[in-house]
Design a protein around this ligand. Structure first.
Ligand SMILES: [Zn+2]
Length: 258
């Protein structure tokens, strides 16, 4: 396979990304409700109208239906076309960075998990085990053949899970309050499994910086006060995506300055 994406590949990846984004919408809607993501067919949450294939075309259906249910005219959440468009954009972005390589496939699957975790944590403040635990296994198995390699992947799992577990434990002893759920611990272990030791540490640093910036903006615009909990999995997902795409170049740049 050629490393440079051809125009055909770019068109294919865009359509593929839109379709996967449509499936991620199903995951984001159903996983927190503990429903199957395979069956039954999607329904309008307002009137129960069963969606046909022509109501399910990524982006197109939303546009053609004017963002309303065909049957009851209830507005359809803007989240659906947004997740589809963002997924396609993230797929293309990855192809630009990784080229047409086996690592591209691994990082696309990882990005899908991050998109779902981002959206579910933002809305429900939970990070389903159904994504994080298979994600740890997936990262470790892929590392047998591809970067970061099995040793760095294992070290990433221990470090990623270990940092957050230690913080939660320390916070609990000092303040006697639960700082975070174990969903975050499992999620950072998953990031470590896929990206390895170096990039999981970078992800942790980036997520705290991002969390700090978001908290300051929210407090400054009076949308939150100092005790409002910011969904940490959301920050972690964004940070892990940046680390996956640019972590190696960021670390190289940083280390070359000393
Ligand atoms: Zn309806």
């Amino acid at each position: 396979m050629t490393p440079e994406p051809t125009p055909f590949f770019i068109v294919f990846l865009t359509l593929f990304g839109l379709c996967i984004g449509s499936f991620l919408n199903v995951c984001i809607h159903r996983l927190p409700l503990k429903q199957s993501v395979v069956t039954p067919r999607s329904r309008c949450p307002h009137c129960g109208y069963e969606l046909t294939w022509s109501d399910n075309l990524p982006l197109l259906s939303y546009g053609l239906l004017g963002g309303r249910c065909r049957s009851c005219q209830a507005p359809i959440s803007l989240r659906y076309p947004m997740v589809e468009a963002i997924t396609a954009a993230i797929f293309l972005w990855h192809a630009m960075v990784f080229g047409v390589t086996p690592l591209l496939a691994v990082r696309l699957a990882f990005a899908c998990a991050l998109i779902v975790l981002f959206a579910i944590d933002l809305e429900h403040q939970i990070l389903p085990d159904w994504i994080t635990l298979p994600g740890i296994v997936f990262g470790l198995v892929c590392s047998l053949f591809l970067p970061p390699g099995p040793v760095m992947s294992l070290a990433g799992i221990v470090a990623g899970g270990g940092i957050l577990w230690a913080i939660a434990e320390l916070w609990f002893r000092l303040r006697n309050i639960e700082a975070m759920g174990f969903g975050d611990v499992k999620m950072l272990a998953m990031v470590g499994a896929v990206l390895g030791l170096r990039l999981v540490l970078l992800t942790f640093v980036l997520s705290t910086l991002l969390g700090g910036v978001v908290a300051v903006v929210l407090v400054a615009t009076r949308r939150a006060n100092m005790s409002t909990a910011v969904p940490y999995g959301t920050m972690l997902a964004a940070a892990a995506l940046v680390a996956s795409l640019y972590g190696d170049s960021m670390l190289e740049w940083y280390l070359s300055r000393f």
